[in-house]
Design a protein around this ligand. Structure first.
Ligand SMILES: Nc1ncnc2c1ncn2[C@@H]1O[C@H](COP(=O)(O)OP(=O)(O)OP(=O)(O)O)[C@@H](O)[C@H]1O
Length: 397
């Protein structure tokens, strides 16, 4: 994460510095008008846009950012459709925050373009881009109460007081904090602060809402609850969202589409189901937590692997590849009927048990097993493979 708290303030201060101008700013007025039109957007969503009718709201073309010799973003192409929620995932340093910063206008691009709603943003300053930003921590103004925080962007746009108060009340209702206008920010829990920050980002009615690790500081239970609420809220509002997160669970729960980044490039983009079922390569598979990946050679319907022969899905091309076996596809059988293994570890997961199996030869294997059938650490078992859970990956990463 790159200095997000400071950036949050920078965006806000940028807006503040331009406040007087913003009063006459037609784009600003348009932004507020759009916020007021949220109901209209919601009904458009309710009437159900088909994927074919979904226009691209954000288009990134060949976006490149270099820091000295290091290329943080390398010719990134990405389209985000109107009303879509896209989550960008990737290891630390893969360029996720840089991507958001370029779109927001906080970081110039060395090459490529950012087009929002048909408009190239190259020369458009941050506060006129029509994007809302929410960073992970220290994003609220501690000296202002909740209403003061939520109304910030509206005041900068010169929205009249009565209208501001109406809008703030509406947004606080929306994020589940009705009547919290006069509470001090310091008296709020982490989850409540997060909701206020969200209301503040939504207040000016941004065309695109960008979230950087939106739930990063919160505990797991609260994050899971908030993810569900956010998804419902974005659906209701018809908001277009681009979010960055480390947490794949969060991304998969929130997103219509996930984008996985590696070294400044997009390694894979697709619906959560597509990416989960068919990781594009070993990097994506391992990033998603799949560790059962081995070199293999396919001949006919089976592959030779360090674990012996593994049946591959029908139609698999012959030759060298990498093979992923999802843990659910590792079945336990009597030791002499499968690949003989010793149970090295066993972790209770609530709905199932995760096993770490140590084969007599070949790398260790992760298996998922029903609670009642789970063997003990040290037990001897056999491993057999279900071809439905075998994914053939490119030979080179
Ligand atoms: N202002 C900067 N000057 C020099 N290098 C930078 C700057 N900002 C980012 N980088 C480098 O660019 C790369 C991408 O950084 P970025 O913050 O976008 O990654 P990230 O995927 O968001 O990482 P994290 O998940 O840790 O926040 C990293 O190698 C980082 O060190």
């Amino acid at each position: 994460m790159t200095e997000n708290p400071a950036e949050g303030a920078e965006v806000a201060e940028g807006a503040k510095g331009e406040g007087a101008e913003g009063v006459e700013d037609t784009e600003g007025a348009e932004g507020v008008g759009r916020a007021e039109g949220a109901q209209g957007v919601a009904s458009a969503v309710a009437s159900g846009p088909t994927s074919a009718s979904r226009a691209s709201l954000l288009r990134l073309g060949g976006l490149t950012v270099r820091f000295g010799a290091h290329t943080a973003l390398d010719t990134v192409d990405l389209d985000v459709a109107e009303h879509e929620t896209v989550c960008v995932l990737g290891p630390s340093g893969s360029g996720k925050s840089t991507l958001l910063r370029v779109i927001a206008g906080l970081q110039p691009a060395d090459a490529g373009e950012v087009v929002l709603d048909g408009r190239n943003l190259r020369t458009v300053p941050t506060h006129r881009r029509g994007v809302g930003l929410m960073f992970q921590d220290h994003q609220l103004f501690p000296q202002r109460d909740v209403a003061g925080n939520v109304a910030f962007g509206l005041r900068m746009r010169g929205t009249a007081r009565v209208e501001r108060e109406r809008k703030v009340a509406e947004l606080l209702d929306l994020v589940g904090l009705p009547g919290a206008q006069h509470r001090a920010v310091g008296s709020l829990s982490g989850g409540e602060q997060q909701r206020v920050a969200l209301a503040r980002a939504l207040a000016p009615g941004p065309r695109l809402l960008m979230l950087d690790e939106p739930l990063g500081q919160l505990d797991r239970g609260l994050r899971e609850r908030l993810v569900v609420e956010l998804r419902r809220l974005f659906g209701e509002l018809g908001t277009t969202v681009l979010a960055v997160t480390h947490d794949q669970g969060e991304a998969f729960a929130l997103a219509d589409r996930v984008v996985i980044m590696r070294d400044g490039r997009i390694a894979q983009a697709g619906t959560p189901l597509e990416v989960w079922q068919r990781p594009a390569d070993e990097f994506v598979a391992r990033f998603l937590g799949f560790d059962n990946v081995v070199p293999a050679t396919v001949t006919g319907e089976a592959a030779d692997t360090p674990w012996g022969k593994v049946t591959v899905p029908g139609g698999t091309a012959e030759g060298a590849c990498r093979l992923l076996v999802r843990p659910a596809g590792v079945r336990l059988v009597p030791a002499r009927e499968g690949l003989p293994c010793t149970v090295a570890a066993r972790t209770f997961r609530g709905t199932h048990v995760s096993l770490r199996l140590r084969p007599d030869s070949g790398p260790e294997l992760d298996a998922a097993c029903a609670l009642a059938a789970a063997p003990e650490v040290g037990d001897r078992v056999g491993a057999a493979f279900t071809s439905d859970d075998v994914v053939v990956l490119p030979a080179t990463d």
